[in-house]
Design a protein around this ligand. Structure first.
Ligand code: SF4
Length: 251
């Protein structure tokens, strides 16, 4: 499932309500430095047809047009969400785009939240982290507590270190949302103690203001993956709920 427009929607999001989407990646392709086995955009190798990345000027103009159109139509918007076909922080103008988006949000829909879904691989870049700290909802992914499991679930392209991601998350001083996919596949299971317990330790260490736990919702490029029910996920994260963490669970 690829988004064909730089600005799309608003669509109803399970997590963010009426959400106007922004895709900072090519309009007819996928560009990511992960290749997650559950990615709703498919495998990276199948999304290489288009390599044209929108510029900051393109995004600003498309967003301004869309916000004007929505305002005139009386359309409500809860969130302006960066969630395109790949990893938004790979757009080289990401910091400038975030600043532009915050200022357009202030002008047109001041009560809407700006949200960014990111795989958190580029937090070591100061400009990326500073931009993410400007938005209301930096939603940072961490599916696996170990590099070995991340290699199976997320299949990073290039170097990836959970330890480095955790260091990057600590720079948010808790003001972020941690997003984790719970799933089962051949030889791994998010609910097994060797995965769940170290993941919980990371949650305690980075102490996000909210945790979003979710599971497979759409067809996946890898076969044989299994989802969890909401009730199962709730019971798995109950110890963190009991400790006072805010956890949103989406089955
Ligand atoms: S990080 Fe997101 S876009 Fe990239 S492969 Fe994973 S699910 Fe797909």
């Amino acid at each position: 499932m690829l988004r064909e427009d730089t600005v799309f929607g608003p669509i109803f999001s399970r997590r963010l309500g009426r959400s106007l989407g922004i895709n900072l990646l090519p309009r007819n392709g996928k560009l990511c430095n992960f290749d997650c086995i559950y990615c709703e955009c498919g495998w990276n190798k199948d999304g290489t047809g288009d390599r044209v990345i929108p510029t900051a000027a393109d995004v600003r103009s498309a967003l301004e047009d869309k916000l004007q159109e929505c305002m005139l139509a009386g359309t409500a918007i809860d969130s302006i969400t960066f969630s395109g076909d790949g990893e938004p922080t790979l757009n080289p103008e990401f910091p400038r785009i975030i600043r532009d988006t915050v200022s357009l949000r202030d002008a047109f829909y001041p009560s809407a939240k700006v949200s960014v879904l990111t795989n958190a691989t580029r937090l070591s870049r100061d400009a990326v982290t500073e931009a993410l700290r400007l938005v209301d909802n930096p939603i940072l992914k961490l599916d696996a507590p170990t590099d070995a499991l991340a290699a199976r679930i997320n299949q990073p392209v290039g170097e990836y270190s959970v330890e480095e991601v955790v260091k990057g998350m600590l720079r948010f001083e808790g003001n972020f949302i941690l997003q984790t996919m719970f799933l089962r596949g051949a030889g791994f299971d998010s609910s097994s103690p060797e995965v769940l317990l170290p993941w919980m330790d990371i949650v305690r260490k980075v102490h996000p203001r909210e945790v979003m736990v979710y599971t497979i919702d759409r067809p996946t490029p890898a076969s044989g993956l299994q989802k969890f029910s909401e009730a199962q996920m709730r019971s798995l994260v109950q110890p963190l709920i009991d400790e006072g963490f805010t956890i949103q669970i989406k089955g």
